[in-house]
Design a protein around this ligand. Structure first.
Ligand code: NAD
Length: 504
């Protein structure tokens, strides 16, 4: 179980070329425990020069690592996985401490992250090439996968453990070296997991951690020795990363924000559906890119959904999560973010929506707490429908039929996840085929793909071609080389003369 030491303010180190170092930097940021509101760490904002040195360390390690047999690289992942399992509770407590999600949610996150390491353990099979013998007369063709080089990961605050693991286990096992720039709001989990990867035996410079804000990110985007960039974060930054990274000639996969719609048909099993809606909207205090943000209630489902949601949400136990398992929802990441989320309730009312449940209240804690809210009678012209709130606010749009519900999705600029709750196979099939989003749930409120499948955001939820995780990540972190081979029969000049005699 997590403990909070009031006086302990950690100085967060970088990891470069196999060395953990506390860098001195003109600029730094505070790391908070959102449950208490106290500062628990100081994270340096590395300069462009400091960042460049970390990339150089990764570049130096590349030739030897890319020549290391893939089965040995995979064995590193088996050892890493064992250590992650061994430290499971410690890691979950750390996620709760720096992020604020409940321990149950943190454990789920750690499980999802470990699954990516399990996927990476299978890379020797997944990375194998293709051969077509005799593609032309006496010519054999083969395609094999090579690493791309130094890869970079830039990650958001909402999954301090899992999102970095979406990237580097796969990149490294494919033979690349890696520089991780975790969110400056939650850098502690990445440091601890890096220590475990070091304990598992990762060679110096194969995995590195640098900290910072835009100056550090720009240095990574522009560095000539960086070959590929994986980004997860908000849409505005995702677009910027994609444009600047690709302009510098790098391959980029860049996942952005979301506004996920949950459609409730009148035939849905209402008790289970309302529980699933609440779990989707209020889990991790609404700070998930796959969180349900808009419930589209069709026909008579409208009143039942709103009444059920208000009932379930008003009974949720909201409080500090660090060291306390008896809560259903923890704080949001920062005081300013809580105030931003709260402000959306005023905006909704000004725009003509009805706040059916208002999560704003006094809490007996200095943590960044806000309760769950339900906003009814939302229209697609309103800011609460258009903008990503990223907090525990569920908007309800009323639609008269499935076609109208599908049209709501068509107007949404994002396209991460969407779910339908129904007993009708026809409605489910229409929704699956026609809803304008890349990850679909049918009676599943958070249809987040697990490690074996790509995270297929659409529209302004993703910039790039190859998504993170699954088979697309193997393609992203490798480049193919195709070889055509012909061995003429007459060519025996390389043979020893004795053997040439034998062949006559
Ligand atoms: P963010 O965009 O503010 O930050 C993400 C990363 O970008 C951080 O490492 C940060 O240091 C860096 N960054 C921030 N501003 C920058 C700038 N101007 N220039 C260069 N780098 C910058 O996102 P966040 O608030 O940490 O995370 C929440 C967002 O992430 C939400 O929008 C959420 O939907 C999204 N998200 C998306 C997915 C997905 O798979 N699509 C998954 C998780 C989170």
């Amino acid at each position: 179980m997590a403990t909070t030491t009031a006086s302990a303010v950690e100085s967060v180190p970088i990891f470069s070329g196999g060395e953990w170092t506390e860098v001195s930097s003109n600029r730094a940021g505070d790391v908070f425990n959102p449950s208490t509101g106290r500062v628990i760490g100081r994270v340096p904002f590395c300069s462009a020069k400091q960042t460049s040195e970390v990339v150089e360390a990764a570049a130096k390690a590349l030739p030897a690592w890319s020549e290391t047999p893939v089965v040995e690289r995979a064995r590193l992942m088996f050892r890493f996985r064992a250590l992650l399992e061994q430290h499971f509770e410690e890691l979950a407590a750390l996620v709760t401490r720096e992020h604020g999600k409940t321990l149950a949610e943190a454990r789920a996150e750690v499980n999802r992250g470990i699954e990516v390491v399990e996927y990476a353990c299978g890379i020797p099979s997944l990375i194998a090439g293709d051969i077509l013998p005799n593609i032309a007369a006496d010519v054999d063709a083969e395609a094999v996968r090579h690493p791309v080089g130094v890869c970079v990961g830039i990650t958001p605050y909402n999954f301090p453990f899992m999102v970095p693991l979406w990237m580097y286990p796969i990149a490294i096992t494919c033979g690349n070296t890696f520089v991780l720039k975790p969110s400056e709001k939650v850098p502690l989990s990445s440091v601890r997991v890096g220590e475990l990867l070091e304990e598992a035996g990762v060679p110096d410079g194969v995995f590195n951690v640098v900290h910072g804000d835009r100056e550090c990110v720009d240095a990574l985007l522009d560095h000539p020795k960086v070959a590929a960039i994986s980004f997860v974060g908000s849409t505005a930054v995702a677009k910027y990363i994609y444009e600047r990274g690709t302009a510098a000639g790098k391959r980029v996969q860049s996942a952005g924000g979301a506004k996920n719609h949950l459609i409730i048909m009148p035939d849905a099993e209402m008790d289970q559906t309302v529980k699933a809606l609440a779990a989707s909207a209020y889990g991790c205090a609404g700070q998930r890119c796959m969180a349900g943000s808009v419930a589209v209630a069709v026909g008579k489902a409208g009143d039942a959904v709103v009444e059920g949601l208000v009932d379930v949400a008003s009974r949720m136990r909201v409080g500090p999560s660090d060291g306390n398992e008896n809560i259903d929802m923890g704080p949001v990441i920062r005081a300013e973010h809580r105030d931003r989320v709260a402000n959306y309730l005023d905006i909704a009312q000004e725009d003509g929506a009805t706040v059916a449940l208002d999560g704003r209240r006094e809490f007996d804690s200095d943590g960044f707490l806000i309760g769950p809210s339900v906003v009814d009678r939302v229209r697609t012209t309103m800011r609460v429908w258009k903008e990503e709130i990223f907090g525990p606010v569920l908007s309800v749009v009323r639609a008269s039929d499935l076609d109208e519900a599908l049209a709501v999705g068509e107007r949404c600029e994002y396209g991460n996840g969407a779910a339908i709750f129904t007993r009708s196979g026809y409605a489910a099939r229409q929704f699956k085929r026609h809803f304008n989003a890349g990850m679909i749930g049918i009676n599943v409120g958070v249809p987040a793909p697990m490690a074996w499948f790509p995270f297929t955001g659409w529209n302004r939820s993703f910039f790039g071609d190859l998504h993170i995780q699954g088979n697309e990540s193997i393609q992203f972190y490798t480049r193919q080389k195709v070889t055509l081979t012909r061995w003429p029969k007459s060519d025996d000049s390389h043979l020893d003369p004795v053997w040439r005699e034998d062949r006559k």
